[in-house]
Design a binder for this molecule. Structure first.
Ligand code: DX5
Ligand code: ZN
Length: 217
Protein backbone atom coordinates (compact mmCIF):
# COMPACT_ATOMS: atom_id res chain seq x y z
CA UNK A 1 0.00 0.00 0.00
CA UNK A 2 1.42 3.33 -1.08
CA UNK A 3 1.72 5.97 1.65
CA UNK A 4 1.45 9.72 1.13
CA UNK A 5 3.66 12.01 3.18
CA UNK A 6 2.51 15.61 2.66
CA UNK A 7 5.38 18.09 2.97
CA UNK A 8 4.35 20.98 5.18
CA UNK A 9 6.81 23.18 3.29
CA UNK A 10 3.90 24.06 1.00
CA UNK A 11 1.37 24.49 3.83
CA UNK A 12 0.10 27.82 5.16
CA UNK A 13 2.36 28.36 8.17
CA UNK A 14 -0.10 30.83 9.68
CA UNK A 15 -2.43 27.88 10.30
CA UNK A 16 -0.07 24.96 10.39
CA UNK A 17 -1.94 22.92 12.98
CA UNK A 18 -5.14 23.08 10.99
CA UNK A 19 -3.31 22.20 7.77
CA UNK A 20 -1.80 19.11 9.40
CA UNK A 21 -5.16 17.97 10.79
CA UNK A 22 -6.67 18.35 7.36
CA UNK A 23 -4.14 16.08 5.63
CA UNK A 24 -4.32 13.60 8.50
CA UNK A 25 -8.06 13.22 8.06
CA UNK A 26 -7.51 13.18 4.30
CA UNK A 27 -5.50 9.94 4.39
CA UNK A 28 -1.88 11.06 4.86
CA UNK A 29 0.31 8.51 6.64
CA UNK A 30 3.36 10.63 7.52
CA UNK A 31 3.88 14.36 7.98
CA UNK A 32 7.03 15.28 6.05
CA UNK A 33 9.03 18.08 7.70
CA UNK A 34 11.67 19.78 5.53
CA UNK A 35 14.50 21.20 7.60
CA UNK A 36 16.83 23.57 5.70
CA UNK A 37 19.76 25.53 7.08
CA UNK A 38 20.71 27.96 4.31
CA UNK A 39 24.06 26.16 3.88
CA UNK A 40 23.42 22.64 2.61
CA UNK A 41 20.55 24.05 0.56
CA UNK A 42 19.83 27.67 -0.42
CA UNK A 43 16.78 28.10 1.81
CA UNK A 44 15.98 28.29 5.54
CA UNK A 45 12.88 26.66 7.00
CA UNK A 46 12.00 24.73 10.11
CA UNK A 47 13.84 23.98 13.36
CA UNK A 48 13.15 21.69 16.35
CA UNK A 49 10.83 24.34 17.81
CA UNK A 50 8.27 23.78 15.06
CA UNK A 51 8.55 19.99 15.36
CA UNK A 52 7.85 20.35 19.06
CA UNK A 53 4.85 22.59 18.34
CA UNK A 54 3.22 20.28 15.79
CA UNK A 55 3.84 17.03 17.67
CA UNK A 56 0.68 17.31 19.85
CA UNK A 57 -1.46 18.23 16.84
CA UNK A 58 -1.19 14.88 15.04
CA UNK A 59 -1.01 11.15 15.62
CA UNK A 60 0.94 10.67 12.40
CA UNK A 61 4.68 9.96 12.46
CA UNK A 62 6.77 13.09 11.86
CA UNK A 63 9.13 12.29 8.99
CA UNK A 64 11.96 14.78 9.42
CA UNK A 65 14.14 15.39 6.36
CA UNK A 66 17.35 17.16 7.40
CA UNK A 67 18.86 19.26 4.62
CA UNK A 68 21.56 20.68 6.86
CA UNK A 69 25.30 20.63 7.35
CA UNK A 70 26.64 18.91 10.48
CA UNK A 71 23.47 16.86 11.02
CA UNK A 72 25.01 15.06 14.03
CA UNK A 73 24.82 18.28 16.03
CA UNK A 74 21.03 18.52 15.71
CA UNK A 75 19.80 14.92 15.82
CA UNK A 76 19.22 14.89 19.57
CA UNK A 77 17.23 18.14 19.38
CA UNK A 78 14.93 16.84 16.64
CA UNK A 79 14.48 13.50 18.40
CA UNK A 80 13.55 15.22 21.67
CA UNK A 81 11.19 17.53 19.81
CA UNK A 82 9.19 14.51 18.61
CA UNK A 83 10.57 13.30 15.28
CA UNK A 84 9.58 9.70 14.46
CA UNK A 85 11.98 9.29 11.55
CA UNK A 86 15.09 11.39 10.96
CA UNK A 87 16.71 11.26 7.52
CA UNK A 88 20.14 12.65 6.71
CA UNK A 89 21.76 13.31 3.36
CA UNK A 90 24.64 11.08 2.38
CA UNK A 91 26.24 14.22 0.93
CA UNK A 92 26.10 16.00 4.31
CA UNK A 93 27.56 13.22 6.41
CA UNK A 94 31.24 12.27 6.27
CA UNK A 95 30.75 9.38 8.70
CA UNK A 96 27.35 8.22 7.59
CA UNK A 97 27.41 4.99 9.58
CA UNK A 98 28.10 6.92 12.78
CA UNK A 99 25.32 9.40 11.99
CA UNK A 100 22.80 6.62 11.36
CA UNK A 101 23.76 4.91 14.63
CA UNK A 102 23.42 8.24 16.42
CA UNK A 103 19.86 8.63 15.12
CA UNK A 104 18.99 5.12 16.24
CA UNK A 105 20.50 5.68 19.68
CA UNK A 106 17.88 8.40 20.26
CA UNK A 107 15.13 5.84 19.70
CA UNK A 108 13.84 7.14 16.38
CA UNK A 109 13.93 5.54 12.95
CA UNK A 110 16.86 6.39 10.69
CA UNK A 111 16.77 7.30 7.02
CA UNK A 112 19.36 8.13 4.39
CA UNK A 113 18.78 10.56 1.49
CA UNK A 114 20.56 11.07 -1.83
CA UNK A 115 20.43 14.00 -4.20
CA UNK A 116 19.60 13.56 -7.90
CA UNK A 117 23.26 13.70 -8.96
CA UNK A 118 24.53 11.24 -6.34
CA UNK A 119 25.11 7.70 -7.59
CA UNK A 120 22.98 5.16 -5.75
CA UNK A 121 26.12 3.09 -5.02
CA UNK A 122 27.01 5.70 -2.39
CA UNK A 123 24.35 4.31 -0.04
CA UNK A 124 24.72 0.63 -0.88
CA UNK A 125 26.76 -0.25 2.21
CA UNK A 126 24.49 1.57 4.67
CA UNK A 127 21.28 -0.15 3.51
CA UNK A 128 21.32 -2.87 6.21
CA UNK A 129 21.35 -0.13 8.87
CA UNK A 130 18.49 2.10 7.75
CA UNK A 131 14.71 2.10 8.15
CA UNK A 132 14.12 4.42 5.19
CA UNK A 133 15.83 5.34 1.93
CA UNK A 134 14.78 8.68 0.47
CA UNK A 135 15.55 9.27 -3.19
CA UNK A 136 15.40 12.96 -4.11
CA UNK A 137 13.61 13.50 -7.39
CA UNK A 138 14.39 17.24 -7.41
CA UNK A 139 17.39 19.19 -6.14
CA UNK A 140 16.48 19.91 -2.53
CA UNK A 141 15.75 23.45 -1.39
CA UNK A 142 12.30 24.38 -2.63
CA UNK A 143 8.82 23.01 -3.16
CA UNK A 144 7.09 23.12 -6.52
CA UNK A 145 9.98 22.00 -8.76
CA UNK A 146 9.76 19.60 -11.71
CA UNK A 147 10.39 15.89 -11.28
CA UNK A 148 13.79 14.71 -12.58
CA UNK A 149 13.06 11.54 -14.50
CA UNK A 150 16.50 9.95 -14.54
CA UNK A 151 16.23 9.36 -10.79
CA UNK A 152 13.80 6.51 -11.44
CA UNK A 153 16.61 4.02 -12.11
CA UNK A 154 17.89 4.63 -8.58
CA UNK A 155 14.53 3.73 -7.07
CA UNK A 156 14.59 0.50 -9.08
CA UNK A 157 18.14 -0.31 -8.00
CA UNK A 158 17.41 0.28 -4.30
CA UNK A 159 14.29 -1.89 -4.55
CA UNK A 160 16.37 -4.60 -6.20
CA UNK A 161 19.02 -4.49 -3.48
CA UNK A 162 16.32 -4.59 -0.82
CA UNK A 163 15.02 -7.82 -2.28
CA UNK A 164 18.43 -9.39 -2.90
CA UNK A 165 19.61 -8.61 0.63
CA UNK A 166 16.24 -9.43 2.28
CA UNK A 167 16.03 -6.02 3.91
CA UNK A 168 12.84 -4.20 4.77
CA UNK A 169 13.45 -0.45 4.78
CA UNK A 170 10.86 1.76 3.11
CA UNK A 171 11.65 3.57 -0.13
CA UNK A 172 10.46 7.17 -0.20
CA UNK A 173 10.64 9.70 -3.05
CA UNK A 174 10.62 13.47 -2.66
CA UNK A 175 10.13 16.25 -5.17
CA UNK A 176 7.79 16.91 -8.05
CA UNK A 177 5.44 14.08 -7.11
CA UNK A 178 1.95 14.63 -8.49
CA UNK A 179 -0.82 12.77 -10.30
CA UNK A 180 1.39 12.45 -13.38
CA UNK A 181 4.63 11.26 -11.75
CA UNK A 182 3.32 9.19 -8.81
CA UNK A 183 2.87 5.99 -10.78
CA UNK A 184 6.37 6.20 -12.26
CA UNK A 185 7.67 6.17 -8.68
CA UNK A 186 5.52 3.35 -7.37
CA UNK A 187 6.18 1.25 -10.49
CA UNK A 188 9.90 1.71 -9.85
CA UNK A 189 9.45 0.48 -6.27
CA UNK A 190 8.63 3.49 -4.08
CA UNK A 191 6.45 2.91 -1.00
CA UNK A 192 6.14 6.47 0.33
CA UNK A 193 5.44 9.53 -1.82
CA UNK A 194 6.26 12.95 -0.43
CA UNK A 195 3.97 15.54 -1.95
CA UNK A 196 4.09 19.21 -1.06
CA UNK A 197 2.58 21.48 -3.68
CA UNK A 198 0.46 18.69 -5.17
CA UNK A 199 -1.41 18.47 -1.85
CA UNK A 200 -1.28 21.90 -0.22
CA UNK A 201 -1.85 23.93 -3.39
CA UNK A 202 -5.21 22.23 -3.81
CA UNK A 203 -8.32 23.53 -2.07
CA UNK A 204 -9.46 20.01 -1.19
CA UNK A 205 -6.48 18.22 0.37
CA UNK A 206 -8.33 14.96 0.91
CA UNK A 207 -9.20 14.86 -2.78
CA UNK A 208 -5.62 15.70 -3.73
CA UNK A 209 -4.28 12.81 -1.62
CA UNK A 210 -6.86 10.41 -3.02
CA UNK A 211 -6.12 11.55 -6.58
CA UNK A 212 -2.41 10.84 -6.17
CA UNK A 213 -3.12 7.42 -4.66
CA UNK A 214 -5.63 6.64 -7.40
CA UNK A 215 -3.07 7.60 -10.06
CA UNK A 216 -0.70 4.91 -8.77
CA UNK A 217 -3.20 2.12 -9.48
C1 DX5 B 1 12.51 19.77 -1.45
C2 DX5 B 1 11.83 19.16 -0.25
C3 DX5 B 1 10.54 18.56 -0.60
C4 DX5 B 1 9.52 19.52 -1.14
C5 DX5 B 1 8.60 18.78 -2.05
O1 DX5 B 1 13.70 20.31 -1.03
O2 DX5 B 1 12.64 18.17 0.34
O3 DX5 B 1 10.00 17.79 0.46
O4 DX5 B 1 8.79 20.17 -0.15
O5 DX5 B 1 7.75 19.69 -2.63
P1 DX5 B 1 6.96 19.36 -3.97
O6 DX5 B 1 6.13 18.15 -3.72
O7 DX5 B 1 6.16 20.59 -4.21
O8 DX5 B 1 8.00 19.10 -5.04
ZN1 ZN C 1 11.73 16.68 1.81
Amino acid sequence: MTKIAPSILSADFAKLGQEIKEVESGGAEYIHVDVMDGHFVPNITIGPLIVDAIKPVTNLPLDVHLMIENPDSYIEAFASAGASIISVHQEASVHLHRTIQLIKSTGVKAGVVINPATPVEMIRDILPDVDLVLIMTVNPGFGGQSFIHNTLGKIEQVAKWREELSLNFEIEVDGGVNMKTAKLCTDAGADVLVAGSAVFNQEDRKQAIQDILEATK
